[in-house]
Ligand binder design. Structure first.
Ligand SMILES: [Zn+2]
Length: 135
């Protein structure tokens, strides 16, 4: 899926709020942030000046949006990339290391069973994570 082209955010302009409650994002004087007049959330403009991040203590991860010129587009935050990277390590690299390790143990009984344990475990963890993340 191609990302929409991001536009620079003008700190002196007003934008619709991404909260979807027909709020307006009003610039907060002398800061690089906007405040919504409906949901009272504060959104900080990132250094790239193309992304706003919601200042929130109630969410475990930050929400961020790209400005496309007409509407906000939900952006991928650093934490999600981090999450995907750790998921990759967990699902792909660890079982691989385990399988290679098991193959190098001489005279191991039930070698194929030992090889299958981490795969089953990791797939279970991945499934649980996916179910939790999906909601
Ligand atoms: Zn709002």
């Amino acid at each position: 899926m191609p990302s929409p082209k991001a536009q620079k955010i003008d700190l002196n302009a007003e934008y619709p709020c991404p909260c979807g409650r027909k709020g307006r994002l009003v610039p907060i004087v002398l800061t690089e942030a906007f405040g919504c007049n409906r949901c009272q959330q504060i959104f900080v403009v990132e250094k790239s000046e193309q992304v706003i991040e919601q200042l929130s203590t109630t969410h475990p991860y930050k929400k961020a949006w790209l400005w496309t010129g007409s509407r906000w587009y939900r952006a991928h935050t650093g934490l999600k990339e981090h999450y995907l990277a750790s998921a990759f390590v967990l699902v792909v690299l660890l079982p691989l290391i385990w399988v290679i390790g098991v193959c190098n143990i001489p005279n191991l009984a039930n070698r194929h069973l030992w090889a299958i344990i981490p795969v089953v475990l990791v797939e279970l963890i991945a499934l649980i994570q996916w179910l939790a993340y999906r909601r």
